[in-house]
Structure formats: structure tokens, C-alpha cells
Design a protein around this ligand. Structure first.
Ligand code: ADP
Length: 270
């Protein structure tokens, strides 16, 4: 696989999203402000962490970045290309160069499809020939530590960690410049988490993909990220270089997140 698109920074500005829910005829509709103006940049080849507790808006942000959800306001651009902005046509998800790996490797794979078909699905939709798809799938499976022969097997024949590798292959096969990993290791045992985190670090070295790593777990941020953004209640409360934020947190909420993981200052994950 060739080294992927380099040199473009992903820039998100003031992204806002509210969810409205009807409460029947007699009560007013309620509204949840999931994102209250979130701005950040992800640089080429960088591993950028988005950390915060459940409900802070992380997944909503991920879904907006990848195009599964529309923002109410704000803009997203990659290099000099606008992916969405007020009064600009929105670039379809498939052309954004951003792919997503979901949390649960059990739920996100169709058990009736072979691994080869799962990984090649996006390429087939894009109209690539079967021979080219097979070659690209074999190459991508090797990249994530599986074998080309695994293409003919089915998801149930693999462990949780291997299934997450299949999910990562499904995202990487589209040659994204940015990979979003949304709680991608949370469902796995700690030793398997480490293998997947090390594989992501290795992928960044080998193919130069930028990774947006979304997690509630600040020790994972400590292990893998270059920079981190801390989100609370749909707002960015702090962001910066990982070491600066974790060693000298300025915000009270960041300090709470860090103190919830007592080993972080003394024992690293490895
Ligand atoms: P996180 O990923 O950090 O757990 P989410 O992005 O899933 O947070 O959710 C942020 C907030 O938006 C939560 O209050 C959640 O209940 C709400 N929310 C998310 N998706 C929807 C939806 N489809 N409809 C209504 N509310 C939603």
C-alpha cells in the first residue's frame, strides 16, 4: 500500500449540534446541546485524542466528521477543500478521506459476509474490479496483522482483537488520510487493547495515516496520542500537547479525569 495523502490538516470550526425530542402534545419539546461550538485541528500523521466521559458529545462529533450526521452549524475543511460549511455544498462522506472504526467489533461485522467481502464492500460500492479489490484486500489484511488467506473466513472464526483488526482493515482499505477510532479498544481485554494500540502506532509510522482517537480512558490517551482535546458537556475545556495537558492540567475537569486513573503519573500502560 502506498503512503497515504500527506500534508493536509483537518480543521473543524465551531461545530454545533442539538438533538430535539418531542415530549408529546402537552409538554414542550426538550433539547440536548450535544456540541456547543467545538473547534480543533488534526495535523498530518498525528494521533489526536478526544477524551471525555460518556455523554460529553464524542460520538456525535465523530459521526459528524465522517458524515453520518449533519452539524447544525460550523465548518470542516481538509487542506484547501471545504467538507462542509454554511452555504457550501457538503462533500459526501465517502469523499471526505475520513473513515471510522466503531467500538464494538462484534456488532459492527455482518456475520454472514466473509472477511474479504466485509473489507472490500466500500471498494465494490466505489466500482473497483474484483481482481483489484482482491489485491487491495490482501494487502490491507497483511497491514493489520492478518493474512490474505483470512479473506475467505467468517467473522465468528476470529477473536475480539482480530475482529477489531478486520474493522480497521475495512476502514483502511479506502486509503483514508484520517482514521477515527471511536472507543475502538474499550470492548477488549487490556492485553488485546495493547496489541491494537501498538498496531495503530505502527500504522501511523508505515502509512502516515492521521488518527483521531476517541476515548473516555485517559491512560489510553497517555499511551498513544500526540495531542489531546478534553471535552465536557459538548465543549472543549482544554487542549494541547499530550504531555502538557496530562502533566500540567489547567482545567478542574481534566484534573478529575486524571485523578480517576491513579497509576497514570507513576506506572504507564506498558
Ligand atoms: P459520548 O459519545 O461522549 O458518550 P454522545 O455524542 O453519544 O456522547 O451524546 C452526547 C449527548 O447527545 C448525550 O446527552 C446524548 O444523550 C445526546 N444524543 C446523542 N445522540 C442523540 C440522538 N440521536 N437523539 C437524541 N439525543 C442524542
Amino acid at each position: 500500500m502506498t503512503k497515504m495523502a500527506q500534508g493536509e490538516t483537518l480543521v473543524a470550526k465551531d461545530i454545533r449540534k442539538a438533538f430535539r425530542r418531542s415530549n408529546g402534545w402537552f409538554k414542550p419539546a426538550s433539547e440536548t446541546q450535544a456540541l456547543r461550538g467545538v473547534s480543533f485541528e488534526v495535523r498530518p500523521g498525528e494521533i489526536f485524542g478526544i477524551v471525555g466521559e460518556s455523554g460529553c458529545g464524542k460520538s456525535t462529533l465523530a459521526r459528524i466528521l465522517v458524515g453520518l450526521e449533519d452539524a447544525d452549524a460550523g465548518s470542516l475543511s481538509r487542506g484547501d477543500r471545504t467538507l462542509f460549511a454554511p452555504a457550501s455544498p457538503t462533500v459526501p462522506a465517502v469523499r471526505r478521506g475520513i473513515q471510522m472504526v466503531f467500538q464494538d467489533p462484534y456488532a459492527s461485522l455482518n456475520p454472514r459476509m466473509s472477511v474479504g467481502d466485509v473489507v472490500a464492500e466500500g471498494l465494490a460500492i466505489a466500482g473497483m474490479s474484483k481482481a483489484d479489490r482482491d489485491a487491495r484486500v490482501a494487502e490491507t489484511l497483511s497491514l493489520v496483522g492478518l493474512t490474505p488467506g483470512d479473506a475467505s473466513k467468517f467473522p465468528f472464526q476470529f477473536s475480539g482483537g482480530q475482529r477489531q483488526r478486520i474493522c480497521i482493515a475495512r476502514a483502511l482499505v479506502m486509503e483514508p488520510a484520517f482514521l477515527i477510532a471511536d472507543e475502538a479498544v474499550s470492548a477488549l481485554d487490556v492485553s488485546v487493547q495493547m496489541q491494537i494500540l501498538n498496531m495503530l502506532l505502527d500504522l501511523r509510522e508505515r502509512i502516515g495515516v492521521s488518527i483521531i482517537f476517541i476515548t473516555h480512558d485517559i491512560s489510553v490517551v497517555d499511551y498513544i496520542c500526540d495531542r489531546v482535546m478534553v471535552v465536557y458537556g459538548g465543549e472543549v475545556v482544554e487542549s494541547g500537547k499530550k504531555n502538557a495537558v496530562l502533566d500540567h492540567p489547567e482545567n478542574e475537569y481534566t484534573r478529575k479525569l486524571i485523578s480517576a486513573v491513579p497509576q497514570i503519573t507513576s506506572v504507564k500502560l506498558l
